[in-house]
Design a protein around this ligand. Structure first.
Ligand SMILES: [Zn+2]
Ligand SMILES: [Zn+2]
Length: 476
């Protein structure tokens, strides 16, 4: 059982979203006292009179006594404990027997596992568990108490007790121990706070106020890409750990996401989809966003990744503005060109209809709002590549074309790797709903398969039809 004291009553908790189990606490705020280790179901392989068996072992209790007689005057960091009101030597009363017990269990475990195929995992998990059992002092108060006595004993035993054929394995275990000794026993929690800060700064810098970027904001606000995703289970401590990503990886992630979004979602992409409306309003938004960035940087001497970000945005803003300025007169001209339009020109003007007011020609008994509501999720959910499945404008065009039977071109659904079945599921679910409530007969699967394949580019009817089923929970 972990024996933890919160020493700062004002300590702040940091909670990872949606997961009440992960709470981060600054390591200024708590102390973890040592605790016993437990080794179950191991055959006892050491000498019966351990540690009285030989001088190498005899030195362990001696070292414990001499360490504790010096403590906390053993080193500069531990000396600061003298003045800490939360610290008493009483807390260390059982430490000598704890060290002996953990050392004995460690030697026994190494002896029993070294010949097994998964020796490395067993031994390193055990050592990790043992190291953690020495607890943790708040930041600035030095390494866990007596951890070095334990580790140097184990190193000594590894170096002296095993035959030469074990040397490669011993070297690996020693390297593992060394990697622990090289950091001073302070936890990584402080870095997490820094990572959260970095991420929040990125959220602040990103120009979500530009209307064609706004829909992505919720997705990024609701996640903090701070855990690396690989969970590692330690069979001895019973704890699964998720590694915290490094600052370097977070910065790379932010730069890559930014580049990706800006390349995918821009005025040119809107124009390609036939969705570039109100270019003046877009110019206005970009000019303001650019000015916001200038003001943010005013008088600041920024030397971290934000410098690169600002530069990237500056480039993007000026490219967007130039493009919008060049394309606007051309678009206007094209719109005036009557030859391009078929009959019913007025209906083609994209800005002149409200999708909610259209009549549902696709399934006349169904109110069009049902369709709008069902497919709206495509605009509010980002795909794996972070861009939404449909932009607002592509969505509007899809509803107008498929349900309002308006003369508007096919759209393209954006999706990431492995997401085609997710999209098919949304259409299959729509078919299920419609056939139960609004269609005169349930025999209309083909019609609903075509709803996807006829209104979007690059969907094959045979393939969609073969996979046309609802995947429960896919869109929750
Ligand atoms: Zn011995
Ligand atoms: Zn010390």
């Amino acid at each position: 059982m972990m024996n933890i004291d919160i020493i700062n009553p004002n300590a702040k908790f940091y909670r990872y979203q949606n997961d009440n189990k992960l709470r981060w606490l600054s390591n200024d705020d708590f102390v973890i006292w040592h605790s016993r280790t437990e080794l179950k179901d191991e055959k006892y392989l050491l000498k019966p009179n351990w540690p009285e068996c030989c001088p190498g072992h005899r030195s362990l209790p001696d070292n414990i006594v001499s360490y504790l007689s010096m403590f906390p005057h053993c080193c500069k960091s531990h000396k600061t404990l003298v003045d800490a009101d939360w610290f008493t030597l009483e807390k260390l009363k059982r430490l000598p027997e704890k060290i002996l017990e953990t050392a004995r269990q460690t030697e026994n475990l190494i002896a029993s596992k070294l010949d097994e195929s998964d020796w490395y995992d067993h031994i390193t998990e055990w050592i990790e568990y043992s190291i953690e059992s020495f607890g943790q002092l708040p930041k600035g108060f030095g390494s866990p108490i007596a951890l070095n006595v334990y580790l140097s004993h184990i190193e000594h035993i590894l170096n002296c007790s095993y035959e030469k054929i074990y040397q490669p394995k011993i070297d690996k275990i020693l390297a593992f121990i060394n990697s622990y000794e090289s950091h001073d026993g302070a936890a990584d929690q402080v870095d997490i706070i820094e990572l959260i800060g970095k991420y929040n700064k990125w959220l602040e810098i990103f120009p979500w106020q530009i209307s064609y970027l706004t829909h992505l904001k919720a997705h990024f606000e609701n996640q903090i890409p701070i855990l690396s995703g690989e969970k590692k289970y330690n069979r001895y401590s019973g704890i699964s750990k998720i590694r915290v990503i490094t600052e370097e990886r977070l910065v790379t992630f932010l730069m890559e996401s930014t580049q990706h979004i800006l390349k995918e979602v821009n005025a040119k992409a809107l124009a390609t989809q036939g969705n570039l409306s109100d270019p003046e309003k877009k110019c206005f938004e970009i000019i303001n966003a650019r000015r916001d960035h200038e003001l943010m940087q005013l008088g600041e001497n920024i030397n971290d990744e934000r410098k690169k970000l600002y530069k990237l945005f500056k480039q993007w803003f000026s490219g967007e503005l130039r493009y919008l300025k060049e394309i606007t007169p051309i678009l206007e001209k094209l719109a005036e060109e009557p030859a391009i339009k078929s009959a019913g020109t007025e209906r083609d003007r994209k800005d002149h209809y409200e999708i909610e007011k259209l009549h549902n020609e696709f399934c006349p008994r169904m109110p069009i709002s049902e369709a709008v509501q069902h497919f709206k999720i495509l605009t509010s959910t980002p795909s794996k590549n972070n861009a939404p499945f449909l932009t607002e404008e592509a969505f509007k065009s899809f509803i107008a074309r498929a349900f309002g039977r308006m003369d508007i071109g096919k759209q393209k659904i954006n999706f990431g790797r492995g997401e085609t079945n997710l999209i098919i599921s949304l259409f299959a679910e729509f078919f299920q709903k419609a056939s139960r409530q609004w269609e005169p007969s349930g025999q209309c699967k083909d019609k609903y398969v075509s709803l996807l394949t006829d209104n979007f580019h690059d969907w094959k009817k045979s393939k969609v039809s073969a996979n046309f089923k609802v995947r429960p929970g896919a869109w929750q």
